[in-house]
Design a protein around this ligand. Structure first.
Ligand SMILES: [Zn+2]
Ligand SMILES: [Zn+2]
Length: 375
């Protein structure tokens, strides 16, 4: 069954805040709650859909995975996983009771072995690495499939036995007065099977802890917040169930020279005031080394020069961003007496009307300002 978009289900925009999501959910949950809809199957489905969408959007990690990969990105096992659970129970437990049962899916049979948890690895990258791409070895502590018992947990040559208490059902019926309640079997803890002779290597779990090394290929152009999913590289599942996924989350460190905004790079380049006045050629840094940039005469400080295609090549399209160089006119310091003299002479030759475009405008607006005040 293909699932509807979570944002659509809750009727909120993609930029909705946590509060807006909560509000939308409360409204819909009230509307479709089974206590009110009285056995209408279609409406009950609707309630489930709303609840599921909320559980994803209310969990920052699930939301991030969903935003990037859609429903695929969110752990569907509901039994566990590195993404944790929504706080549905906390919020509505008292009002509604947990009708559908958070973790009790699949009815009365023995619990199926759980899929392995998803893992997340935070990868720090320099700007150069992020822009050019790189292969990196990472080491992650995880649970791996036990090859000794092939994940069964039973010692080699032996087999798990069906649980005698629950006859393999994983649940037992308890009577309390008039009520019969199904409970998780205390003997096998819901698994339906008992391992009498556990595997030495994994102590009956079917998986054991080990740190594994993976080589991760980071494509050129990634940025902070991007994730790479390595399917099946998360924790091994219980007793041979499928493994979870590994999400490698990028975090690009600040650079000394460049600030990145999407695929554009920004940098500030100091120029002398004579260069600014007379114009000339300066050297500016790019991620591929220095390039020459022509400064036009009479350049004011703060002027932005755009260097096309000297930015970052996008990881998603074939476009390349630009490098934006902001020139900052430097005031000369530690002047010699000769330099002072020349500057004084220079200043005496300047008139604010002709040589100082900013001053002229500034003085005019000051005049208007004070005139307005005195009115
Ligand atoms: Zn084993
Ligand atoms: Zn049992």
């Amino acid at each position: 069954m293909s699932k509807r978009d979570c944002y659509e289900v809750l009727g909120v925009s993609r930029s909705a805040t946590e509060k807006e999501v909560k509000k939308a959910y409360k409204r819909l949950a009230m509307k479709y709650h089974p206590d009110r809809t009285k056995g209408d199957d279609a409406l009950e489905e609707k309630f489930k859909e709303v609840k599921e969408a909320y559980e994803i959007l209310n969990d920052p990690q699930k939301k991030a995975a969903y935003d990037q990969y859609g429903h695929e990105g969110v752990n569907q096992s509901h039994g566990g996983g590195g993404f944790g659970h929504g706080d549905f129970g906390d919020q509505f437990g008292d009002i509604f009771g947990d009708i559908f049962g958070g973790g009790r899916r699949g009815g009365g049979g023995a619990q199926r072995p759980q899929q392995g948890s998803d893992l997340r690895y935070n990868m720090e990258l320099t700007l150069e690495e992020a822009v050019k791409g790189i292969s990196k070895e990472i080491e992650i502590p995880t649970l791996v499939h036990c090859e000794q018992c092939n994940g069964s947990g039973a010692k080699k040559g032996t087999q798990a036995k069906s649980c005698g208490t629950c006859h393999g059902q994983g649940q037992v019926q308890m009577r309390q007065g008039f009520f019969a309640v199904n409970q998780t079997c205390p003997t096998c803890r819901g698994k339906g099977k008992i391992i009498t002779d556990p595997c030495h290597k994994c102590h009956g779990d079917g998986r054991y802890e080990r740190s594994k090394t993976l080589s991760v290929k980071i494509p050129a152009g990634v940025d902070t917040g991007d994730r790479i999913r390595l399917s099946g590289e998360g924790e091994a599942g219980e007793h041979g169930a499928p493994a979870g996924d590994l999400y490698v989350q990028m975090n690009v460190r600040e650079h000394e020279v460049f600030v990145r905004d999407g695929n554009n790079l920004y940098c500030e380049v100091p120029i002398s005031f004579t260069e600014a006045a007379l114009g000339g050629e300066i050297e500016v840094p790019t991620l591929d080394g220095r390039v020459k940039l022509k400064i036009s005469a009479e350049t004011q400080t703060g002027r932005m020069y755009r260097m096309r295609n000297k930015g970052v090549k996008s990881v998603r399209s074939h476009s390349t961003g630009d490098l934006m160089c902001k020139v900052i006119v430097e005031t000369p310091v530690k002047l010699s007496s000769k330099q002072r003299e020349l500057l004084k002479e220079f200043e005496s030759l300047c008139s604010s009307k002709k040589n100082k475009p900013k001053s002229e405008g500034f003085i005019n607006s000051l005049k208007t300002f004070f005139d307005d005040l005195s009115k």
